[in-house]
Every structure is written in C-alpha cells, then in structure tokens.
Design a protein around this ligand. Structure first.
Ligand SMILES: [Zn+2]
Length: 392
C-alpha cells in the first residue's frame, strides 16, 4: 500500500502530456495509473544534493514525484564533479540548490522543486521534514545523519538511508512506525570526533554513489507507489571491487535511545561539536593552540627554528605538501614519538585542521608543550599563501 495519504491521491489527475511521459510506468503490472498518481501526489525530501542526492533526485524527478524538496547549504566545488552529476562544470562556485533546481526542472518540468538553502540543524529540521511523506538521506556527515534519523522517528516519516565510502556502499529503509529499526538501533551514539574519516579524506569511487543513490530512489518510489517489498529491516551492502551485493537482517533495539518505548532522546540534537567534520574543528578545539597560515609563512620566512609535522596520509602527501614539512601520518604518531624532541617547537598540519588538532592533543598529553595546530590546514595554505598548491 502506498504511504501517501489516499485522500490526496484521490484528487490527483494526470495531464495529457503526463500520460505520454509516464507511459512505461502506466503499463507496469502492480504500478500502473494508481502508482503514478501516488507518485504525483507525493512529497519527498532529499537531504543533500551531493553524491547520493544527485542520482536519487534526478531519477525521482524523472519518475514523476510531485514535489521534490532539496536541502543543501554548499556551493559546487570542482572536486564534486567526479560523482555529483546534478552539477556541471559551469556550475562550479554556484549554490548547489540553484544548479539542482535547474537540472531537475529540465529533467521533468511537471515536478515542483522546493529548495531549502539552509543549514539542517535542530532549529530547522522538524519544520522542514514535517510537510514531506518520505525523507532520503544523502548526507556524508554524522551530525546530519543522526538528526535526520531522530526527526524522522519523531514525525513518523520513512527514512531511506544510503552511505558510501571508498569502494563500498549500503542502503536500507528506517521506519520504526512501520516495524523496522532506526539508525540508532544500530549505532546508538555518534563516533568520537576525529575517529572516522569523512568522504573527502577517505576517497570514493565516482560511480558508487550512482549505484547506492539509485537504490535509494528505487526504495522511495516503491514505498510511494505501494509496490513490492521494501528494504525495511534489511540492509543491502555493495562491494564495487568484488562486484558483490550482500544482504543483512536488521533488528530493532528494544533499548534504542530514540525509537524504544521509553526513549532518552525526545527532541532534535545538534552533534556538531562531537563529530568529525573539518568545519566543526574550531568549536571542538577550544583549548588547542592555533597558528594561522600567514603566521606560519612569516615564521618560515624568518627561518625560525620550528618543526612542521604533516599528519596526513601518504597519498595526500604525494598530491601536494608544504615545503619543509615532515610526514608522520596520524595513525603512526604514537609509534614514532621518538623522532620528535619534546624541546622543539612544533606546528602540526593536515588537510583542513581536524586530524592535526587531534595530533596536537595527543602530543600535549605526552609532554610536548610547544605544539600548535595550523588552522585550516593545507587548504587554507592553498587559499591564502600559495595558490599553486592543488586543492583535493
Ligand atoms: Zn531505534
């Protein structure tokens, strides 16, 4: 059965052009005119117009979802284009919501596009989600993932979940009100800051969000049209290198902090300060001494006695580096402490300042007193000191 309110489907008609456009749906057994009218009557929110949101929203628009909400706060960056096919080369620097709206309306002008160019946080999430029938999670960060889960549990909206990393991805449907688990049934609390690499640090095969995002769109369409068996209570995992799909059964946690009979969490929570995101490194690192890229440049020019330690991974070092730095990847730091003299003056640097802040903390705990974090990392160095250093 479709999860769209039947009274809305009953008053929905397809126009002449729509009958032609959706002809291949109308002839599908178990879908047909009723399924198409349900899609047209439905309202779907896509959180994120990035890797997963791009293919998912394009297929949802093409399929004839009546109203598609797109929420994103970012602008298009050149490093997005390898996988975020909503956006083209000419869109670099534009708001993602602007290029998304144009591309989706071109795919299907019958769809009403609602863009939300705001930060999805505890103050905005409930209001945005409540008017939609279903939410598709296309985010790559933990604060938004936990927030969208909790808000969907509170408002009884199915959440079509997708996640990708490197060569692997997974997809499922979270909907405790329909009998399945929620995200917190599996992972009750977010990971500690700095313990999980985000997409930009870990890398991702460009076609992978295409596969997972289209799986998400498929699940959304099935739920909206009332067709087939959804991934409720099942998680599909895809390994691109092995070309293998595997399925896992998921159970509800009777002690889940948000969807159990006696939940501990009953209102939206912002996890920004706890989670691993370069944008948040400032707030979580209040007690960590920082140095700006301008200060570092001046000190290097004066040939001051300082040791610049780069804690990124070797593949990042191969892409680019700051002259004079020494490479000690964060994971090797504990075993290579003997290479660092506690009497020296250290500046620690990574890509954007998150991992290096953890390294500074670690060194402080091990008796290094003259350690500071390079704010903004090598990206800030590229922005403000040396534009020949490539951004990645
Ligand atoms: Zn739960």
């Amino acid at each position: 059965m479709s999860l769209v309110d039947p009274s809305r489907v009953a008053v929905t008609e397809l126009g002449f052009g729509e009958v032609t456009r959706y002809a291949r749906h109308l002839s599908l057994p178990g879908f047909g005119l009723e399924g198409q009218k349900s899609l047209k009557a439905s309202r779907v929110l896509c959180i994120g117009a990035g890797g997963l949101g791009s293919p998912a929203s394009l297929y949802l628009a093409a399929a004839g979802v009546g109203t598609l909400g797109v929420i994103d706060f970012d602008v298009v960056d050149e490093t997005n284009l390898q996988r975020q096919i909503l956006h083209g080369s000419a869109d670099v620097g534009r708001k993602k919501t602007d290029s998304a709206r144009e591309r989706l309306l071109d795919a299907n002008p019958n769809v009403s596009i609602e863009v939300h160019d705001v930060r999805f946080d505890s103050s905005t999430a409930m209001d945005i989600v409540k008017s939609y029938d279903l939410v598709l999670d296309g985010t790559d960060n933990f604060p938004t993932r936990y927030l969208s889960n909790d808000v969907c549990v509170f408002l009884k909206k199915p959440l079509v979940y997708g996640a990708i990393s490197r060569f692997e991805g997974q997809c499922t449907v979270f909907a405790p009100h329909l009998g399945g688990p929620c995200y917190r049934c599996l992972f009750p609390e977010p990971p500690l800051a700095g313990t999980v690499a985000n997409c930009s640090e870990a890398g991702v095969l460009g076609v992978l969000p295409g596969i997972i995002g289209v799986l998400q769109a498929t699940e959304a369409i099935k739920l909206l049209a009332g067709a087939g068996d959804s991934l409720l209570g099942r998680l599909v995992h895809f390994d691109a290198l092995k070309a293998k799909f595997r399925e896992f059964q998921l159970q509800r946690d009777p002690d889940c902090p948000v969807c159990s009979a006696s939940p501990k969490i009953t209102a939206p929570v912002d996890y920004e300060v706890f989670c691993s995101s370069a944008k948040n490194s400032k707030s979580m690192n209040a007690n960590i001494p920082e140095i700006t890229v301008e200060d570092l440049k001046a000190r290097l020019d004066r040939k001051e006695n300082l040791v610049l330690v780069d804690v990124r991974e070797p593949f990042e070092w191969d892409i680019t580096r700051i002259p004079g730095a020494v490479l000690i990847p964060l994971g090797e730091l504990p075993s290579r402490l003997s290479e660092l003299n506690p009497a020296d003056d250290f500046v620690i640097q990574c890509k954007s300042g998150g991992r290096s802040a953890n390294a500074v903390q670690f060194l402080q705990q091990h008796g290094y007193s003259k350690v500071s974090n390079l704010a903004g990392g090598i990206l800030a160095w590229s922005d403000r000191i040396d534009p020949s250093v490539p951004r990645y």
